[in-house]
Ligand binder design. Sequence first.
Ligand code: FAD
Length: 410
Amino acid sequence: MSIKARLLGSAVSHWGADPWARGSWSLIGRHGTPQDRIALGTPVGDRLRIAGEATHPTRAGMTHGAYEQGLAAAAWAIERGHPGVLVVGAGMAGLAAARALAERGVQVRIREARDRIGGRTAGVDVAGGAFDLGANWLQQYDDNVLARLAERLGLTTVVTDFTDPLVLNAHPIPHGIEDDLRDRLAAAGPQASVADVLGDWLRAPAPWTPDQIHRLADAEIVMDAGVPLTWLSARHGFEPGVGEGDRWIVGGYRLLTAHLAAGLDIRLGRPVDRIDVQPGTVVVSGGEVREAADAVIVTVPLPVLAAGAITFDPPLPESHRTALSHLGAGRVEKVILRFDRRFWPEHGYYRVHGPAENCISEWLDATAADGTPTLVGLFAGPWQDTLWTGSDDEIAARATEIIRAAAEPW
Ligand SMILES: Cc1cc2nc3c(=O)[nH]c(=O)nc-3n(C[C@H](O)[C@H](O)[C@H](O)COP(=O)(O)OP(=O)(O)OC[C@H]3O[C@@H](n4cnc5c(N)ncnc54)[C@H](O)[C@@H]3O)c2cc1C
């Protein structure tokens, strides 16, 4: 009789329900194009600029894209000669902007809603180890400014091979089908959704089977986006990102954010709810607290802006509001599970298909962090609705049963 591995500790994310995130990362809906990202990041007059991952035309949804947009916003404020700048949000974009401004002698203050820095990078301690509940990998590693920073800081990183996940509970997706998907998405009409393309394909699936097409869509698109495929743009919804050579950081992203934040004037627990751009000044308010600055850089997540959490006076221009309506965010949630012994095969990265269409999870073996058997699960699609109920311990227990059922037969 085999003895079950014991769960030593767990952590569960709630990005969808988090009022300061309202989702995981930004995506382009069927009415949008990458031009919307550019429009959103275009300065509004001389004193207001929106930055953050959603404004990067080619590296959206990633930490280094956010960082680059923070730097671009800082360069804009420096070019305009603003002596005092207020930055809203202490995620990767806000930290990058504030650090670059401080290094150039600008008086810079950050106002952050949460009681921690890092935004959608979120370090968490689980059973004696440090892991990431938000961003996990340094993507596009060879051309990633944060990867260079991690190297300069001497951080230990571990490669993940996303090209070869071990599919635990289904047949692997056949070679060649991904190229077919990409060709079909690229050839789609301007406002077609991914669901439109899949619908056409499923009417004439040969040489593939409908099941192979469904599993491909779940693995390549649902897992990558976490939004309904009827909303996601066929042409633009599948943006560059996860690839060969991506690396995760032993000890987590907070080793980078703590470095970036060192010495900066950051006030935590200070949500901003109003920004008034007036002649010669900007007034940034949160509740009763009002602060004046020469310029403001706003790095809050796209869905937070779209939900109207910050009132702008004058209102954002039409081009920015249109961009906000064309872009959106998906929901990919994470579970970190640590065990007293390994019950899964040695491989590094795994995929588990769910019981219904679009239910998908992928799993990173993060044991290399400190030798304790550890799995980091990412869940997307309607599976979340059934799994993400009750307490975190209950969610972790359900996730544990899913990976046990899939991995133990190996
Ligand atoms: C589960 C998950 C996995 C991911 N995996 C990866 C990955 O492997 N690799 C990768 O590169 N990227 C990944 N990402 C995406 C990455 O985390 C983000 O693209 C990046 O961190 C965004 O940085 P940002 O500065 O634009 O926004 P954020 O990090 O969200 O920072 C915005 C800040 O604004 C604050 N804020 C919000 N509202 C207000 C307000 N009203 N007033 C004041 N402050 C406010 C927030 O609290 C937050 O700190 C992942 C994200 C998630 C959720």
